[in-house]
Design a protein around this ligand. Structure first.
Ligand code: NAP
Length: 286
């Protein structure tokens, strides 16, 4: 197993490989076979990746809820170094993405995730997305209760604003925030800055601009030129930019192919110059 630069997962005290793996592509439309999926997870471990991001909703539809969690549980059985971060709060009726932030649902979802992952307590449980039908404090309160009961070790949030982060902090100790961020999308920069001030881990999701778009990011001329100068792929530069953007960032690139997670892991070795960092920072507004 290769070693990878380590970074603290916010205030948890846990040290993880600086690049994590987003596991959604292993369980949604276009997913590989279970055997290929497990090989991809093992390839990530081989590169020194130890943080695996999942959710109960990473599946094709409600009938197979927990598909991704069961896959990870199977693949990581003999890998105590791996840390699995899951989420609850999304449901997949007939394959649609809907929210359910009711306390009763979150309790049931957490208990199902415990079973799917085969653990006594979930290391990092992230509330997936605020539900407009349920007061945010009620959803967060339910997750705090689950933590008090020992079913969750650390609590994370996802898809939140700065105001929601502050509201949650009045209810529970927040270990991490997972929002969308990449070279082309800076909409959560204010949330990142607040996480940095508080020492909370920030997990940028869709760090390569999302499934179906990641392969094409090299068509951006600036990115492609800088990638050429470092003899790196555009995806590696996109991840290196995130890593250097803030000491609390841990990108979680998704992958269903071995070659892609191996390539992404290589970003941990790329150090961008201050000039290139600032030029890359202008891509979103260009
Ligand atoms: N909290 C939320 O609401 C939320 C929302 C979306 C995603 N997420 C999480 O964030 C993770 C990452 O986001 P994402 O999967 O949406 O998007 P992404 O990481 O931006 O892109 C994923 C795609 O990039 C391709 N890829 C990966 N590494 C590559 C490389 N080095 N070169 C070329 N292509 C590469 C993969 O293709 P192949 O599949 O063909 O390997 C994969 O499908 C997800 O897996 C999930 O865990 C969370």
């Amino acid at each position: 197993m290769k070693t990878m630069q380590q970074r603290l997962l916010g205030p948890t005290g846990l040290s993880v490989g600086i690049i994590g793996m987003g596991c959604m592509p292993l369980s949604v439309n276009g997913r590989p076979s279970e055997e290929e999926g497990i090989k991809t997870i093992h390839a990530a471990l081989e590169q020194g990746i130890t943080l695996f991001d999942t959710a109960d909703a990473y599946c094709l539809n409600a009938g197979e809820n927990g598909h991704n969690e069961r896959l990870l549980s199977k693949a990581l059985r003999n890998h105590p170094e791996a840390i699995v971060a899951t989420k609850g709060g999304h449901i997949r009726p007939e394959g649609r993405w809907e929210t359910d932030g009711r306390p009763d649902h979150l309790r049931q979802a957490c208990e199902d995730s415990l079973r799917a992952l085969g653990v006594e307590a979930i290391t990092l449980y992230q509330f997936h997305r605020p539900d407009p039908k349920v007061p945010f404090a009620e959803s967060v309160g339910a997750v705090a209760d689950l933590q008090r009961e020992g079913k969750i070790v650390h609590v994370g949030l996802s898809n939140v604003s700065v105001a929601q982060l502050e509201e949650a902090r009045n209810i529970v100790k927040v270990a991490s925030v997972q929002n969308r961020m990449n070279l082309f999308d800076h909409s959560s920069m204010d949330v990142l800055k607040r996480c940095e001030e508080l020492g909370i881990a920030f997990l940028p999701y869709s760090p390569l601009n999302g499934m179906g778009k990641a392969g094409g990011i090299g068509s951006n001329e600036t990115l492609s030129r800088i990638a050429g100068a470092y003899d790196a792929s555009p995806q590696q530069i996109a991840l290196a930019w995130l890593i250097q953007l803030s000491p609390v960032i841990l990108p979680i690139p998704g992958a269903s192919k071995i070659a892609n997670i191996v390539n992404s892991a290589g970003a941990a070795k790329v150090t961008l110059s201050a000039d290139d960092l600032s030029v890359l920072g202008t891509i979103a507004s260009a």
